[in-house]
Every structure is written in structure tokens, then in C-alpha cells.
Write a protein that binds this ligand. Structure first.
Ligand SMILES: [Zn+2]
Length: 340
């Protein structure tokens, strides 16, 4: 790499030398031309002078003297021209010598190593692409800046102890993961037992479990004559919740479970949204049984979906919708907009 740099430096010197050599040639040429353009004038002057002298005196001696003078000045001019030509030849020789040197040095320089495709782009002579290089550089700078700010933000946020999920202080992440897996890998028998227990706890609702695909269980809840809900369980973890009206079904035309289609009533769509939020609220991988019990207890609060007024505004209907939200602790009914 240093060799390369040396060669390049040498070439630059040679180019500079060449430039001064060429300048010298031009100077010599202009000197020669000015000499040449001055000389004929002098010659004419002397001739005229000679004719005038010849006319007045017309002596042989004067003529011979003049001719000898002329031949003397011719010689001097010849010498002058020769000297000029000599210097011109010399400077041209210097140029040719320097040029061959430059060629030699140039041959030893390998192709310039480009760092990336972006550098190639900068060499693109097309006008449209000339802008792209500077734009790319600009965005590269911005990306760097953003990266720097993001890492600063991370360091500041990591000092903040407030977190959405409450993790016991001395429980490390690995242990928590094990707990979560434990919640998913509960034997089917104990899940069935829990469902049976829940079914007995709420006599006005029917809770049952189905396993159409083996591992995962679908807990079906019929709440009085108000609503039907399906809760997909992986072990004892709630994975999916859907709520529909009592008149609607979770089975498709082929008699298979359809957990995806939403209720056609806006009321139950809203209840579904709130039930999904609740399943996250009661999420407790360390105590999965408690999580499901809490969720079912909370969902039981919808028994009075069409019969209890909103706690805040006291109305049964607001925008033709009954109170579709239930408080997580007290299970008191609220309209979505009346929530505390
Ligand atoms: Zn209200």
C-alpha cells in the first residue's frame, strides 16, 4: 500500500515536471518566433540603407563592405537560430525523457482499490447518478446518528426500573422461562379437572373443554343466556379468546370448531376486544391456574351485559351499546367511554 502511494507521489512529481518542460518549450518557441519576426525587418532596413548609399556614392568599396557586413549578420543570425533550435531540442528531449519515466511509473501502479460499490457509484459519469452518491452518504450519516441516539436511549431506559410486567426481584429470566414452559406443559388430566371444578363453581354457566386437534384445548363457556365464549388453552395458558352472542355458534357448516370468525354483533365484538385485553391482564405464568380462574370469574361479570346500567353515567345504552367493559377487580359495568 505504501509502495503504491510512493508511486503515485512520484507520478505526480513527474507530471509537474512535464508541465514545466512543456511550458519551457512554448517559451523557447515564442522566443524563436519573436527573433525571426524581428530579423527580416532589420534586414530590410539595412538593404534600404544600402540602396540609398549606392544611389548617392555608387562606389565599389562601399558595396563590397556592405556585402561583407550582410554575410556577417547572416552568420550571426544562423548561430542565433541554431542556439534557439538547440535549446528547443533540449527541452523536447527532457519532455520525452520525463514522459518515458512517467510511463514506467504508471505501469507499476496497480488498479486503484475501491472500498465499496458506493465508490464505484461516485465514478459514474451519468448526471442522474451523481446526485445519488451524495444522497447515500447523507443517509449513511443519518443512520449512524440514529444508531448512536438509540444506544443512548437504551442506556437511559435500562436505568428505569418501571416495567409493565412485574418480575419478582430475585427471579432471573431463565427461571421465569422455565415457569412459563411449565404452564404450557400441564398434563391434560389436570386441565380437565380444573375445567370441571370451574363448571361446578358457576352453576348458571356451562363450561366444557374440547380437543379437536389433540394437544390444545378449546374451553367453551356459555354464560347464562347472554353470551358464548371460546378460550383456546395451551396447557393452562390462554392463547385466544372470542366472544359471540348466545344465538351464534362456534361451529361451521361441517360441524367443526371455527374460532376465527368474529361475532356479527358490535356488542360482542367489543366484549371480545375487552376479553382479549383481560386475558393479558390476568396473565401469570407462575400461577396459571389462578390466571384462568380470575379470567373466568371476570368473564362471569358479563351475566348482566344487558341488564345492568353503567356505573358512571347510569344509562343502560350509550350510542345504542350497553356497558361492554367490566372492571378487573370489582367487575362493575362501564361503557367504553365511561371507563375510570
Ligand atoms: Zn356509561
Amino acid at each position: 500500500m505504501s509502495d503504491q502511494a510512493d508511486h503515485i507521489l512520484q507520478s505526480i512529481h513527474l507530471v509537474q515536471k512535464l508541465r514545466s518542460g512543456v511550458g519551457q518549450v512554448f517559451k523557447d518557441l515564442s522566443d524563436g518566433i519573436s527573433e525571426y519576426s524581428e530579423d527580416p525587418q532589420n534586414r530590410d532596413d539595412t538593404e534600404n540603407q544600402g540602396k540609398a548609399e549606392g544611389a548617392s556614392a555608387s562606389s565599389k568599396e562601399s558595396k563590397s563592405a556592405q556585402s561583407s557586413k550582410e554575410s556577417g549578420s547572416d552568420k550571426a543570425e544562423d548561430q542565433k537560430h541554431r542556439a534557439i533550435l538547440k535549446t528547443l531540442k533540449k527541452s523536447l528531449e527532457t519532455i520525452s525523457h520525463d514522459f518515458s519515466d512517467l510511463e514506467k511509473t504508471g505501469a507499476s501502479i496497480g488498479p486503484v482499490q475501491l472500498f465499496s460499490n458506493i465508490d464505484n457509484l461516485s465514478l459514474d459519469p451519468h448526471d442522474k447518478n451523481a446526485v445519488m452518491h451524495s444522497q447515500l452518504l447523507q443517509s449513511y450519516k443519518w443512520t449512524n446518528k440514529m444508531h448512536e441516539l438509540a444506544s443512548q436511549a437504551v442506556s437511559i431506559l435500562s436505568q428505569n426500573t418501571l416495567k409493565r410486567t412485574q418480575v419478582p426481584k430475585f427471579t432471573n429470566a431463565k427461571k421465569q422461562k422455565v415457569n412459563m414452559l411449565a404452564a404450557c406443559q400441564v398434563p391434560q388430566a389436570s386441565v380437565d379437572q380444573l375445567i370441571l371444578q370451574l363448571d361446578q363453581t358457576y352453576p348458571d354457566s356451562s363450561i366444557s373443554i374440547h380437543r379437536p386437534l389433540g394437544g390444545c384445548g378449546i374451553m367453551q363457556i356459555e354464560l347464562g343466556h347472554t353470551l358464548r365464549a371460546v378460550v383456546v388453552l395451551r396447557g393452562l395458558m390462554i392463547e385466544w379468546v372470542k366472544v359471540k352472542g348466545f344465538g351464534e355458534s362456534f361451529k361451521n357448516e361441517d360441524g367443526q370448531f371455527d374460532i376465527w370468525t368474529a361475532s356479527r354483533y358490535q356488542v360482542f365484538q367489543k366484549v371480545t376486544d375487552n376479553a382479549e385485553a383481560a386475558s393479558l391482564r390476568f396473565y401469570a405464568p407462575a400461577m396459571p391456574q389462578l390466571a384462568i380462574k380470575s379470567f373466568v370469574l371476570w368473564l362471569n361479570g358479563y351475566k348482566t351485559l344487558f341488564s345492568a346500567p353503567c356505573v358512571k353515567c347510569g344509562k343502560f345504552l350509550l350510542n345504542n351499546i350497553p356497558p361492554t367493559w367490566r372492571d378487573y377487580r370489582s367487575r362493575e359495568p362501564y361503557h367504553d367511554v365511561c371507563r375510570p
